[in-house]
Design a protein around this ligand. Sequence first.
Ligand code: GAP
Length: 450
Amino acid sequence: MASKSPDLMERIVSLCKRRGFVFQSSEIYGGFNSCYDYGPLGAELKRNVKNAWWQAMVTGREDIVGLDSAIIQHPAIWQASGHLAGFADLLVDCRVCKGRFREDHLEQKGVCPNCGGKGDLTEARAFNLMFKTFAGPVEDASHTVYLRPETAQGIFTNFVNVVNSARMKPPFGIAQIGKSFRNEITPGNFVFRTREFEQMEMEFFIPPGEDDQWYEYWIKQRHEWYVRFGVRAEKLRLRKHDDDELAHYSTGCTDVEYEFPFGWSELEGIAKRGCFDLTQHSEASGKDLSFFDEAKKERYLPHVVEPAAGCDRAAMTFLVDAYDEEKLVDQKSGKEDVRTVLHFHPQIAPTTTAVFPLVKKEGMPEKAKEIQGILQAAGISSFYDQKGAIGRRYRRQDEVGTPWCLTVDGDTLSEGTVTIRDRDSMKQDRCPVADLVEEIRTRVRNWKRE
Ligand code: GAP
């Protein structure tokens, strides 16, 4: 990946730490490479990303159901799925500087990217990316288990359970959000590539022959999802995999990519998996995983189209895309100022509203707390802040992407109205407290990226 705008990425990482989006994991022990913890705002951001995905993929549709399968599964699953044999990166070692690198990441074949040594790289060796551990107290080969490297296999192995219990028939999908683990050789770019991450995957089971039509459908749907939640369309592109890039199970794959400060990179892949997984698990388990179509009196192994996204990558994309440093000029003094703002979609923003009493007296704090309570009871998240000048309070909320700040002043007490200050336009309007919940809901629905 080309390094295009490292300063921007550094400023975003610094904001994430300062305001409690993302912390380096195990920081008090000097940090632990490639692991991150999500702080109070990051936890809300990630939860909102997952809710937006789940709503679009499961609760907002009739043809997809959810699943929450185990992380540690029968080791035979990874044998059958091909992950034990094929889920590996090819690595080369430099004999001079002792560095270890992915062969497909070398800028020049045979040249060490660290010390520049030529002809000192070893032959490539396969390195399996699955984390191994032991189930139970005996640490030997017969007790070896793996942390799942994708959530998908839990879906395939539960295919018949779901068909029978939820009475689903193809075309239908099973969706799952959960942690996956890969012993990545070159983690990096903040939360973009880590060894522990969350995936949002959906396996869509279809009658054989409908592969291309559903593949195109899901590419379109998934691209639109990012745009719907505020990502600028010009920062997204679709990239079809070359044949030599395809995973061992796939016959076609298109990535949704985003132009990060470090270059275009994959957010999610939409893959045609054919009947590879159900065939493998049928053969290895000896269980019939085919589907019987009652209407057509036909039995077949469904094919699969899979949109597989990363929750951390999606959260990072929403953050990077929302980030802006706006130059403002004060009308009166002519003084220039920079406003750091996150233009999040209101459903992605960690907090929807902030409530401020204009001053800390005359009953304003009490009224502001009362309004915060009304909003929270209506399911609208709300943050209370009474510290510092009002302008500074607005700026603090801009920096974490809160779409609307509500200020309680003298008129609130006498007339029952509050000021709503919009994060993006910085425009202020007055609204009766009695209409506030509906007003915020309408603004959430109508929000558009400027
Ligand atoms: N079941 C298919 C599958 O796992 P993948 O392309 O390897 O496909 C899907 O992974 C998504 O999971 C990726 O597009 C990415 O968003 C996310 N992902 C994969 N490896 C990751 C890592 N090391 N760190 C963060 N996210 C990762």
